[in-house]
Design a protein around this ligand. Structure first.
Ligand code: ASP
Ligand code: MG
Length: 403
């Protein structure tokens, strides 16, 4: 039996009628060549943002359940239009919401996890020569509520569907021709990688590379799904995410991931004050705030942590609720920061890497606010205005430039 390919198309790939027609042409061609395809689509570009903004007009703190109900509408539009475009080409197609496929998730609205993808219906359609066109980003919980997987979650839908169907490949079609050593919009010397290991890809995605959602990479690794990132705009074999060998690079660095719009909050009086420290982290956790890099400055008993800039105001308000009970000291914050992360092959001596990176940045008067290391990555927090200069100089220094 012919192998199945799951093909996911992101927002820009279905962002206009022309784009939907172009994708439908490509799917029709492959269909006539005998390929068995399952499509997973995002909403048309900008649509999900528009829907979130609508909600904010009615209630800026609307309930997560109703938000999910609202924002899943974007994918309902794109899948129906795509199915129509395929049918006009004489191809049988069926658009399906997450609840119709039965993509079962837990009930964490806004950031649900997929628990199960029912495959009987999909296999029945494929056997009848029908192309299933599935809404990404959404599922249904045990009580029939509509859920979403979090922003960018369509990648995860595609991988979960590919895993359930035991697909040959899960192909993520996007507006760039693969995974790059860094964001080509920041550094035109960025190179497209023909392949990258799962470990490095996961870390790149976690540290801000937007081509793939980190959950989708983790899910692919767990289920042994072959993942490939390709362009829906131009031909090419894209980037294959490899299971087997490690990455080969000259400098030991595979790529540089970038995350803009970061903030830094510092609270004094917390270090060596366990009840305050516990209360702080518990409050942040209860409010689902993701802290990233954390540093302590014992001299001022100060604890600093980075987070998305958009969360800063909420966090300041939360800290305010703790100050009375826990005798916290001054609270400071900064915004317009950016995180630059170097992803390595293997496990370098992080102190050496940190020395090299900080020296390089210092030589250019780029101030480093925080350094953090983990097994295969080193991150530095810098001012957003220094981002381009920092990335370009690191990219060159670590031999990642195009030759
Ligand atoms: N449409 C959703 C979003 O914009 C999901 C996705 O595109 O992956 O976040
Ligand atoms: Mg995406």
């Amino acid at each position: 039996m012919t192998k199945i390919n799951v093909k996911k198309f992101g927002g820009t790939s279905v962002g206009s009628f022309e784009r939907i027609e172009a994708v439908a042409d490509a799917i029709a061609r492959a269909h006539h060549e005998g390929e068995r395809q399952v499509l997973v689509l995002s909403a048309m570009a900008g649509e999900t943002n528009r829907l979130y903004a609508m909600a904010a007009n009615i209630d800026p703190v609307a309930s997560a359940r109703e938000l999910d109900m609202l924002v899943t509408a974007g994918e309902q539009v794109s899948i129906a239009l795509m199915a129509m475009a395929l049918e006009r080409r004489g191809i049988k197609a069926r658009s399906l919401l997450g609840s119709q496929v039965k993509i079962r998730t837990n009930n964490q609205f806004g950031r649900a996890s997929i628990e199960l993808v029912e495959t009987n219906g999909l296999i029945g359609l494929l056997d009848a020569g029908v192309v299933p066109v599935i809404a990404g980003f959404q599922g249904v919980d045990g009580e029939g509520n509509i859920t979403t997987l979090g922003r960018g979650g369509s990648d995860t839908t595609a991988v979960a569907v590919a895993a359930a169907l035991n697909a040959a490949e899960c192909q993520i079609f996007t507006d760039v021709c693969g995974v790059f050593t860094t964001d080509p919009n920041i550094d035109p010397n960025a190179q497209k990688l023909d392949s990258i290991s799962f470990e490095a890809m996961y870390e790149m995605a976690r540290q801000g590379a937007k081509v793939l959602h980190p959950d989708s990479v983790a899910c692919a690794r767990r289920h042994g799904v072959v993942l490939r990132v390709l362009s829906s705009f131009e031909p090419g074999s894209g980037t294959l995410i490899r299971f087997d060998e490690p990455d080969h690079t000259v400098s030991g660095i595979v790529g540089i991931a970038v995350s803009r719009g970061q903030g830094l909050v510092s609270v004094s009086g917390v270090v060596d004050n366990p009840p305050a420290e516990v209360a702080l982290f518990k409050t942040l956790a209860d409010a689902c705030v993701d802290t990233d890099l954390v540093a302590q400055q014992p001299s001022e008993r100060m604890l600093s942590f980075s987070l998305a800039q958009a969360e800063v105001n909420k966090v300041l308000a939360l800290i305010d609720t703790l100050t009375g009970a826990h005798a916290l000291g001054a609270v400071n914050y900064e915004t317009e920061l950016a995180k630059v992360s170097l992803i390595s092959t293997g496990k370098p001596v992080m102190a050496e890497l940190a020395a090299r990176v900080t020296e390089l940045l210092a030589a250019q008067n780029i101030r480093v606010r925080l350094v953090s290391t983990a097994e295969i990555k080193l991150s530095v927090m810098i001012d957003e205005k220094d981002l381009q200069q920092a990335v370009r100089s690191l990219h060159r220094a670590f031999n990642l430039n195009k030759v």
